[in-house]
Design a protein. Structure first.
Length: 397
């Protein structure tokens, strides 16, 4: 067994990976939940969620050039706070977040697929999960190439939604908008935050990226910008074409947008949603396995994971463990619980990561890529505020 990962990834493929994991994380099912709180102002909630994520994304961009390691957040926090134990705890938290996020999306994808075809749900979860584990084991370039293909299909589906929303008759809610309700928009933004999960996964590919100090910041910033614009366009189209109550009650809200414009049952968009789910699951599996690989470098019990296959260059043990846990969680836990846990863990991690960068910038100002000193402070404040709102809402998704 070889211990080194292979550097095979460039900026275009890495950006596609980031966009794919974010789009696959929930936009196909999340619009209804956000619209239930924000009404026709759901696009504002998504933009607000993007703004909450932006400072942390910039902090990740600088940290990824300071410490280009597969362990990502674990390495950043260990360096910033000088605590290996805290770094390992955070790293395991990231693995848990990636695993439960992948399980939530796998459940959603299986639900879309069984809604189109009469298939046993449990078997669909196992077969889809097993197939994605196989792809993740074969190689990172193959995994990300497939993810890039899925991403193009996802974006095509979202483009169809935008076209359908603007060609459909205007809904009564859009024609006679309610007044702004800021608490509802705030809660909606915390829900929308789940759809931005994924940009932080990019840093965990650091040891498989060519020229990481240049490629990582480009991919992080570009993927967040692309996704934010997509979400704003899609949600605007959705609330323009479909009454808010119908969006809020549907588990396939974007299919309703297509139906409002073209009629039928939105079967095509349901199938695209399955592709989006597969992309999200694959990306999270790949990320979580890399974090385990990076944590294994620290030795001890986790040392077993710091091995890559001699031929495929992938962390086999870590990938198998993550994949099996994803399938098990998808079979046993509700989507709402899975998504809520993911968002809560990541907001805590974002706060810690920003804190680590504050300390590192104070001690070592120079870095290959630098953001203004106020950025991590803003990221820390916004992450904590989002956690407060999340707690006050008393719910995940």
């Amino acid at each position: 067994m070889a211990e080194a990962l292979k550097r095979r990834i460039g900026p275009v493929l890495l950006t596609a990976y980031g966009v794919g994991v974010m789009v696959g994380a929930g936009i196909y099912v999340l619009v209804g939940a956000v619209a239930a709180h924000a009404g026709i102002y759901a696009p504002l909630a998504f933009l607000l969620a993007g703004l909450i994520a932006a400072p942390s994304a910039l902090s990740y961009s600088e940290l990824s050039t300071r410490i280009p390691q597969a362990a990502g957040e674990a390495a950043y926090i260990e360096a910033g706070f000088g605590s290996r134990v805290l770094g390992v705890i955070v790293g395991l938290g990231i693995v848990a977040a990636g695993t439960v996020s992948a399980a939530a999306v796998l459940r959603g994808g299986a639900g879309y697929l069984t809604g189109v075809f009469d298939l046993p749900w449990d078997s669909v979860v196992i077969v889809l999960g097993g197939g994605l584990i196989t792809v993740a084991l074969v190689g990172v370039l193959e995994s990300l190439a497939l993810a890039a293909l899925f991403t193009m299909i996802e974006i095509g589906g979202l483009a169809v939604v935008i076209w359908a929303g603007w060609s459909a008759p205007v809904s009564p809610d859009w024609a006679a908008p309610a007044s702004l309700y800021f608490p509802g928009i705030g809660i909606a933004a915390t829900l929308a935050f789940f759809a931005f999960i994924g940009f932080e996964d990019i840093v965990n590919m650091a040891e498989e990226v060519r020229n990481p100090t240049r490629t990582l910041p480009i991919a992080i910033i570009a993927s967040l910008l692309i996704t934010t614009l997509l979400y704003a366009g899609v949600t605007t189209a959705a609330v323009r074409a479909v009454p808010i109550d119908a969006l809020a009650l549907s588990d396939r809200p974007l299919a309703l947008v297509y139906e409002a414009a073209r009629g039928g049952n939105g079967r095509m968009l349901s199938l695209i949603a399955v592709v989006a789910a597969l992309n999200g699951v694959l990306a999270q599996m790949v990320m979580a396995a890399r974090v385990l690989y990076g944590l294994g470098q620290r030795g001890g019990v986790l040392g077993v994971f710091h091995h890559a296959h001699a031929r495929f260059g992938t962390p086999v043990f870590a990938t198998l463990l993550v994949g099996v846990c994803v399938i098990a969680a998808a079979l046993t836990l509700p989507v709402a619980d899975l998504a809520g846990v993911t968002s809560f863990i990541l907001l805590i991690v974002f706060a810690l990561v920003n804190g680590a960068l504050i300390d590192l910038k104070r001690r070592t100002p120079s870095a290959p890529f630098r953001v203004p000193n106020w950025v991590p402070y803003l990221g820390l404040v916004l992450s904590v505020l989002a956690l407060v709102v999340f707690g006050l809402a008393g719910q995940g998704l």
